[in-house]
Design a protein around this ligand. Structure first.
Ligand code: ATP
Ligand code: MG
Length: 255
């Protein structure tokens, strides 16, 4: 499913946050959005999924403005994992993941909804906590459950805001590998990430946001010392090994 972001601008209470954001995202793209704190990554993701309405510009999915997609249809084509999951109503992990099936459920979950939920719980290896209250999990476990809920939604587009922030390195790689495999089958993934190494390793394309504008957009070629130093205002060193780029922050540019 193609996404067109056409020159969007967004302001919070009159303060501009996103300016002239213009880009096309194709089916099967793995897009990582990187940039400093406050650069607008979460705001952009919320504009793409329609939670926030840009004051200028449009977001089109399959050439149709998201404002014209019926809400339930939009929920079948786009899932979202927010950056911060505040306190949840006390339901089990299983029921939380089952909520991902909501757009498909008429009055009760079908056998297929239950099977999809159980399969995803197994795939993400959270069976042992399946009956636990979502509020009684660690930050990383909770995050995995919200990713599972989004996967249960079986959408063509997945938006994730810092999905690995609370995960250890093993769980991070497991989740990113699952997303990459789904992407290879046609899922479009858009992720805001702070870990620039992770963002570079998995992305088919990277969007660098700086002060609400696209500072650079492209493949791994945009990951260079100049761009990173300008983006983060910090000195970095790049090392290439095993076909992977490793970005090492060295210190302030101004010392
Ligand atoms: N609800 C809000 N009301 C007013 N201003 C907001 C709101 N949410 C975010 N902002 C402001 O908008 C700007 C962009 O915020 P945003 O959350 O999109 O940044 P981000 O790139 O996701 O940052 P981070 O890396 O810290 O998650 C910031 O200056 C922030 O203070
Ligand atoms: Mg954010």
């Amino acid at each position: 499913m193609k996404i067109s972001i056409n020159n969007i601008e967004f302001s919070y209470n009159g303060t501009p946050v996103l300016k002239n954001i213009d880009c096309k995202i194709n089916k099967g793209d793995f897009i990582t959005i990187v940039g400093p704190n406050g650069s607008g990554k979460s705001t952009l993701i919320k504009c793409i999924n329609g939670i926030l309405k840009p004051r200028k510009g449009t977001v089109l999915i399959s050439d149709k403005d998201i404002k014209e997609h019926p809400k339930n249809d939009l929920a079948k084509c786009m899932a979202y994992v927010p950056q911060n999951n505040h306190k949840q109503t006390p339901v089990s992990v299983f029921d939380t993941v089952l909520l991902g099936r909501k757009p498909y459920i008429n009055w009760k979950p079908s056998a297929s909804d239950i099977k999809i939920t159980a399969d995803i719980i197994e795939q993400l290896k959270i069976e042992t906590i399946s009956m636990k209250d979502i509020n009684k999990l660690s930050g990383g476990q909770q995050q995995t459950v919200f990713i599972a809920r989004a996967l249960a939604q079986e959408t063509d587009i997945l938006l994730l805001d810092e999905p690995t922030a609370n995960l250890d390195i093993k769980h991070t790689i497991e989740i990113m590998d699952i997303l990459k495999k789904l992407c290879d089958k046609g899922l479009t993934v858009i992720i805001a990430l702070h870990d620039i190494n992770l963002a570079t390793r998995y992305a088919s394309r990277i969007i660098m946001l700086k002060e609400g504008e696209i500072f650079a957009h492209g493949g791994k070629e945009i990951i260079n010392e100049d761009n990173l130093e300008n983006l983060y205002d910090i000195k970095v060193q790049l090392i290439e090994s095993n076909n992977n780029l490793h970005i090492i922050p060295i210190g302030s540019l101004h010392n």
